[in-house]
Design a binder for this molecule. Structure first.
Ligand code: AMP
Ligand code: ZN
Length: 492
């Protein structure tokens, strides 16, 4: 099998991927907190792990891919206090918390479908695993790494760190953390500001609460992922993923909980973290007001967007960056991605009918080495930008065969077609979009022509023609937008 190297966030090294129990691979990815629409930043992280899942499957592994739904316990401000994000939304909208959960879970599923992400094998929810969470707290208490205080239960970080390493994943030293941690409101229940909640006693206004040996309350946010990963993948499993911002405290606490409950070494063999999508250098986030939804992106209906972009354009744009690097959103980059994807898809559509010759004497086409470069790129920590650059070399080859500059046999043609389809459709998960299939791209070409004719009319001060084109298109639901670099169009 083709070798695969993964950058492990825990060891901070690229390591050869060796599954615990080949051909099976267990992968857990932290899913969304379903209290609002997902934004494009969230999409980037889920896309990263869609690629990991796709490539492992492509290599022949049988992957059990678990991605949870966080539907309780994630508090506003991510601190130990505050209101439950879902409970708060339910209160504001006067709905049942489970109505909020259902609404935004449906939205999340719609988004993953639009972006052609493969569904996980198991999608467990935190509220569906309250019993298991109580059991895990009991194990942690039995082993002496937790304590009860006023109906809540906390993890004793200092005690744990005397027996096991704490802070390795995020590179934090426990003493530095102590000196940097100020006492926060309500933290007096804890023995130490470093401790985190395993179970919180609910006050009377709290909507989502369950009985437990300690109080009527709810689990701490970090606990659900420890419980669900262990339940479905075992106490040690292959890959755990999430966005970079989850390294601390979420994943650090997960490790402590797993080791605290079950003892022993690292629960996860390869920790992977996707980097952030930024806008003008700032992390895309709901709280920043710079997080548009996929729907806004596709319709172009957001002040940051010059126009709408298709889901596959966005997918391609994201894959042109390596998952471990930040990626800055810009209209220019999306427009370049749109052109690039079109070139790729157009070349792919020619593959089946490429002219073939009987012999390839003197031909420069070396398809095995081209496909080997694709495998090398993906085998080097899922390097999709390098893979895409190799695929553009393949586009050049296709164009040279079409124009007769390079000869290939029908066997080579098949080899190239199968190989490229594998990487473009199966590994990168790109698909030919509806619009392009229905009209073969004619709409784009015709619109380009109309925009050009209107531009010429304006240059010639023929305002009547320019206005007729704009108004007629407007009646057809197409808006022309004039910008300093020319005009663009969008469908309303
Ligand atoms: P949440 O619903 O807030 O728990 O986030 C779901 C996932 O999206 C987590 O893995 C986050 O790390 C990730 N995420 C949040 N913001 C961004 C961003 N700007 N870029 C990439 N991933 C993000
Ligand atoms: Zn998680």
């Amino acid at each position: 099998m083709q070798s695969l190297y993964i950058q492990n966030s825990l060891s901070r090294k690229k390591e050869l991927f060796v599954p615990l129990n080949p051909p099976y691979v267990g992968m857990y990815v932290c899913g969304p907190t379903v209290y609002s629409n997902v934004h494009l930043g969230n999409v980037r992280t889920f896309l990263t792990f869609d690629i990991v899942y796709r490539y492992l499957t492509f290599l022949g592994y049988q992957v059990r891919y678990v991605r949870n739904i966080t539907d309780v316990g994630h508090l506003t401000g991510d601190s130990e206090d505050g209101e439950d994000k879902i409970g708060k939304k339910a209160r504001l909208e006067n709905l049942e918390p489970m109505e909020i959960v259902q609404k935004y879970t449906n939205d999340f599923h719609d988004v993953t479908r639009v972006f052609n992400m493969i569904s996980p094998s198991i999608e467990p929810s935190a509220t569906g695993h309250i019993v298991e969470q109580i059991e895990m707290i009991q194990k942690i208490l039995e082993r002496g790494y937790g304590y009860e205080s006023n109906g809540s239960v906390y993890f004793n970080v200092r005690k744990f760190s005397e027996d096991f390493p704490y802070g390795e994943l995020s590179g934090r030293r426990i003493d530095d953390q102590l000196s940097n941690t100020r006492s926060l409101d309500g933290q007096d229940e804890k023995n130490d500001p470093l401790d985190f909640a395993l179970w919180k006693k609910a006050d009377t206004s709290h909507l989502m609460k369950w009985p437990s040996p300690w109080s009527e309350g709810f689990p701490g946010w970090h606990l659900e992922c420890s419980v669900m990963s262990t339940k479905y993948l075992g106490t040690t499993f292959d890959i755990h993923g999430g966005g970079m911002d989850l390294k601390f405290p979420h994943h650090e606490c997960e490790i402590a909980q797993n080791v605290g409950a079950h003892g022993g070494g690292s629960p996860v063999n390869y920790w992977m973290h996707g980097n952030m999508l930024t806008v003008n250098g700032r992390k895309m986030a709901k709280s920043e007001g710079n997080g548009f939804t996929p729907e806004e992106l596709i319709t172009g209906n957001h002040p940051l967007l010059e126009r709408g972009y298709s889901a596959m354009t966005v997918r391609f744009f994201m894959l042109q960056g390596h998952y471990a690097s930040t990626l800055d959103f810009s209209n220019d980059a999306l427009q370049a991605a749109e052109k690039g994807l079109e070139r790729l898809v157009t070349a792919m559509s020619k593959l089946a009918d490429l002219p073939a010759t009987a012999s390839t004497e003197g031909s420069e086409a070396d398809i095995p080495s081209l496909l080997d470069r694709c495998a090398q790129a993906m085998g080097d920590d899922f390097n999709t930008p390098i893979l895409i650059s190799v695929l553009f070399d393949a586009v050049k080859l296709i164009n040279n065969v079409t124009s007769g500059k390079i000869a290939i046999t029908s066997v080579q043609r098949q080899e190239l077609k199968d190989g490229m389809e594998g990487y473009v459709f199966d590994v990168l998960g790109l698909k030919v979009e509806e619009k392009t299939r229905q009209d073969g791209g004619d709409t784009d070409a015709l619109m380009g022509l109309l925009v050009e004719l209107r531009g010429n009319a304006k240059t010639n001060k023929d305002w009547a023609t320019a206005d007729t084109i704009r108004d007629t298109l407007s009646q057809l639901g197409i808006t022309i937008m004039d910008g300093k670099d020319g005009s663009t169009w969008k469908k309303d």
